[in-house]
Design a protein around this ligand. Sequence first.
Ligand SMILES: *[C@@H]1O[C@H](CO)[C@@H](O)[C@H](O)[C@H]1NC(C)=O
Length: 248
Amino acid sequence: MSSEVQSVFAMFSLLLLFFGAIVNVLSNPAITLYQCKPNDDACVTRVANEIYPLILEPNPEIGAELMDPMFQSEIEGDLSILKFKLFNTTITGFKKCVCESAKYNEEQQTLKLDVLCGGFVLTGLYDINGRLIVLPVQGNGDYSITTKKFRLKLDLELKTITKDGKTYKNVKNIKVDPEALEPVVYDFRNLFNGQKDLADTVLKFANENWKEVADFVQLPVFMANLKKVVRNCNKYLKTTSVDEYIPQ
Ligand SMILES: *[C@@H]1O[C@H](CO)[C@@H](O)[C@H](O)[C@H]1NC(C)=O
């Protein structure tokens, strides 16, 4: 590019940013207006990525909370051979998720999202008892889980609500199929009440078999966190009618 073309291009980008910012401020709440035909997957994917960071933000007027970091006072995992509870957990990472493909089905009111997340960090307190696949495990104390890339396949069931002649969508149900794509680091302090040999054996097993361990324990944790994201999302959707983002 010549420098002249470059500077015109830069100015144009600035203008776009500026008007984008105005649209953001004017719309209430801060969901910008987009229009897609329901079967235009590329457009739906683009809109999903435009809206997603906005629904993670707090908005006291509608009761929306900050989603990254997220706080969970208690997450319970009740698996057949393993029971665990996570207390006072702080979760970061939802900001680092990007929707790679979205598929909206108007008739069935479903939205399928294929999402790639850069990584999550969870820190808090734990209480665990049972078998971690093949090893007995027991203990309570501080914990952290640090992941790298994760793929989330999400299935959303939508609901349509009409109020004062306007139509609103809501997420009625969510299902997730998560997959750890890269090593996960599990750090659980004070396992077996501090008996080092037993604790080290379990931690070594978990870190060496990170994918199987993630497959085994992750679902209750993701469901608890995604339900929170969905609740936040619905607070925004309740105040943004469909005609603001889908052409009639
Ligand atoms: C979680 O935090 C609250 C508030 O600080 C505290 O009262 C509670 O005891 C904590 N839970 C655990 C299991 O430590």
